[in-house]
Design a protein around this ligand. Structure first.
Ligand SMILES: [Zn+2]
Length: 79
């Protein structure tokens, strides 16, 4: 994947967590996306595996990009 900022090649990697990985409008004590309107689940929680998403890194621009289209970034995606 090309970095949209500098055009250089990005490194593919993984972001892992023990809880659901999601995007929310602001930090919340009860972090699950289901409790907060407008939230986006990036990786479903799995008690056995934890959660993980594919992420692309540009070291030069110090940016990380997660492409969550159709849930394709989610290691726990239900096939
Ligand atoms: Zn870049």
């Amino acid at each position: 994947m090309k970095c949209p900022y500098c055009g250089g090649e990005m490194e593919q990697g993984v972001i892992e967590n023990q809880n659901e990985i999601n995007w929310k409008k602001k930090r919340r004590f009860f972090g699950r996306a289901m409790f907060h309107e407008g939230s986006v689940v990036l990786s479903e929680i799995s008690v056995w595996k934890g959660s993980a998403v594919v992420a692309h890194l540009c070291r030069k621009c110090e940016k990380v990009i997660i492409d969550y289209k159709d849930g394709q970034c989610d290691f726990n995606r239900k096939k």
